[in-house]
Write a protein that binds this ligand. Structure first.
Ligand code: RTP
Ligand code: MG
Length: 139
């Protein structure tokens, strides 16, 4: 299996609730290497661009408002099979369906406020990483 990269955000709910350290520890303990990292905040326009794929969905307005509501942690992560393994580590979108021991099971509060983002493909991981990090911030 090739080493590749995924992109994640610790969402505003988890930052607000004090879970940055615990979530980063779970990520590194699961074998992911952090190659970019920062605390930042999305503007409404940034959130609309980042989640443009969901612009026709009924929850889009709520999603954009939530994702721009406070600071987030953005990171690029490296590991073998990074995209799929990270989605396993975070668990299902709805924390009620997330497996025991996953980040969302532990820290998400609802379907909308679900603690973390994980890219859904290698292609989107590259696009999302470049959206957040300039070349000199990528290691
Ligand atoms: P993400 O992109 O954030 O990693 O989450 P995901 O792949 O598991 O889920 P996705 O279908 O891509 O949805 C993106 C985010 O939109 C919010 N959402 N709310 N209220 C709802 O029915 C609903 N459905 C999705 C969640 O914050 C989800 O993570
Ligand atoms: Mg998604």
């Amino acid at each position: 299996m090739a080493t590749n990269r995924t992109f994640t955000m610790i969402k505003p709910d988890a930052v607000k609730n004090g879970h940055i350290g615990s979530i980063l520890a779970m990520i590194t303990n699961a074998g992911f290497k952090i190659t970019s990292l920062k605390l930042t905040q999305l503007t409404v326009s940034d959130a609309e661009k980042f989640y443009a794929i969901h612009s026709e969905r009924p929850f889009f307005g709520e999603l954009v408002a939530f994702m721009s509501s406070g600071p987030i942690v953005a990171a690029i992560l490296e590991k073998e099979n990074a995209v799929a393994d990270f989605r396993t580590l975070i668990g299902a979108t709805n924390p009620a369906d997330a497996a025991e021991g996953t980040i969302r099971k532990l820290y998400a509060t609802s379907m909308g406020e679900n603690a973390v983002h994980g890219s859904d493909s290698d292609e989107n991981a590259a696009i999302e990483g470049a959206f957040h990090f300039a070349g000199r911030e990528q290691f």
